[in-house]
Design a protein around this ligand. Structure first.
Ligand code: FMN
Length: 190
């Protein structure tokens, strides 16, 4: 066990629990990598987004609904999202979508959330290659269209890939955070 006081805040919105299930898997994976309970889960239906102020490292989870729209809890907090003071924070994003059912709007909300927090001066990590997906269009792609702006999960069509994707993404995050952790002089459990 590490004696670090580091904690990671994972804030998500989820209508039919898929994003919630992914959030729990990400929490378990990161806790195991750090060898301690380092991730606090917050469903934004119940918790005010101003609680992000408590964390330097944040993960946001969002699903896309209704042909490219925000998940309902993110939608009702959308004004708040734009007003958050996230300057200097390290933020990673993940999204849930359905690439075959909604291939013209795949993961759009992930892209909208990315664009909403970008101007705050936060440091966004955890971009994810778009290989291995089939879709027509997405607002969640980087400018060169080679990556999603966060981990892209599709439990409708690729449920069997979710665990491996989460595992690889969490390891990728760990590398991204390393500089930050060294900077804070905080020891990592493993
Ligand atoms: C009515 C409906 C509309 C949807 N619209 C989209 C969409 O526009 N783009 C997309 O990628 N996925 C879309 N999806 C798929 C959801 O994002 C997917 O089911 C996701 O896992 C839901 O996550 P949640 O239960 O955490 O909200 C839609 C699903 C439903 C049922």
């Amino acid at each position: 066990m590490s004696d670090s006081a580091l904690s990671i805040g994972l804030f998500y919105g989820s209508t039919t629990c898929y994003t919630e299930m992914a959030a729990e898997k990400i929490q378990a994976q990161l806790n195991s990598l750090f060898d301690e309970d380092i991730v606090d889960l917050h469903n934004i239906k119940d918790v005010n987004l101003t609680r992000t102020a408590e964390y330097d490292i944040i993960i946001f989870g969002i699903s896309t609904w209704d042909f490219g729209e925000l998940q309902e809890d993110w939608e009702s907090h959308w004004e708040e999202v734009h007003g958050l003071d996230l300057a200097g924070k390290t933020i990673a994003l993940f999204g849930l979508g359905d690439q075959l059912g909604y291939g013209e709007w795949f993961q759009d909300a992930l892209g909208m959330l990315h664009d909403a927090i970008m101007p705050s001066g936060c440091n966004i990590v955890g971009y994810w290659p778009n290989e291995g997906y089939e879709f027509t269009a997405s607002k969640a792609l980087t400018e060169d269209k080679t990556q999603f702006v966060g981990l892209s999960l599709d439990d409708e069509n690729q449920y069997d890939k979710t665990d491996a994707r989460i595992e690889a993404w969490c390891e990728q995050l760990l590398v991204s955070w390393l500089n930050y952790l060294i900077h804070l002089d905080i020891s990592v459990g493993k």
